[in-house]
Design a protein around this ligand. Structure first.
Ligand code: 5GP
Length: 219
């Protein structure tokens, strides 16, 4: 168990990036590498793609069920992204944070804005592609979308990247391993902050007091 977990609430990380930047791959690798870090599972009204399963990639729900959850204020944040609804359940996230787990929300810029507006303490990370041309290449390369959808995704990307300065960190996904390393560095730096390490540090400081430190003769 990390010392931070012993001290209480987990940290809430938000990772946003334009579609096609590869943020989900990066975060999946990150949570695999870093203990005590969990990726939140969102609810969505979009149908599952081939290879995706309910309760693993997303909680897939009907539009009606999603609307009922919105009505019942069950979401910490939610947004309509490319015509489908996506949301983070408040109770799921709160349970993990309360248990001392650090949580990563991989959500779009609208959702990130909502979480910030609620005054919740977060660590925002914006993942950028190396350039618009590289993003376009990646969107075309994954051959998931029609030409019309690619143009639409690029238009939305133009608006999204303009929000990078609302986040605490920027990571450029030029090369997957390097980008994951940078993300890992951010998590470790946040965990090492004095406000989280205070109790551990104080215990160590205590060993220096009241003559507890062993007096050694200089060699
Ligand atoms: P996809 O359909 O490709 O899995 O995701 C489309 C977009 O929805 C991505 O930008 C992703 O980050 C965003 N998204 C996924 N889950 C959530 C969520 O819970 N809330 C918000 N606001 N966006 C989400």
């Amino acid at each position: 168990m990390s010392s931070k977990a012993a001290q209480g609430r987990g940290l809430l990380f938000i990772v946003s990036a334009p579609s096609g930047t590869g943020k989900t791959t990066l975060v999946e690798r990150l949570v695999h590498l870093v203990p005590n870090l969990r990726m939140s599972r969102s609810y969505t009204s979009r149908p599952a793609r081939t290879g995706e399963s309910d309760g693993v990639d997303y909680n897939f729900v009907s539009r009606a069920k999603f609307a009922a959850m919105v009505e019942a204020t069950e979401f910490l944040e939610w947004a309509d992204v490319f015509g489908h609804c996506y949301g983070t359940a408040a109770t799921d996230t709160e349970a993990l944070l309360a248990a001392g787990q650090d949580v990563v929300l991989v959500i779009d810029v609208q959702g990130a804005r909502q979480v910030r507006t609620r005054g919740i303490e977060t660590v925002g990370i914006f993942v950028l592609p190396p350039s618009a041309a590289v993003l376009e290449q990646r969107l075309r390369g994954r051959s998931k979308d029609s030409e019309e959808q690619i143009v639409h995704r690029l238009e939305i990307a133009c608006r999204e990247v303009a929000e990078f300065a609302q986040y605490e960190y920027v990571v450029v996904n030029d090369e997957v391993e390097a980008a994951v390393e940078r993300l890992q560095g951010i998590v470790m730096a946040e965990r090492a902050k004095v406000k989280l390490m205070r109790r551990d540090a104080e215990k160590i400081i205590e060993t220096f007091k009241h003559g507890k430190a062993t007096q050694r003769k200089p060699v």
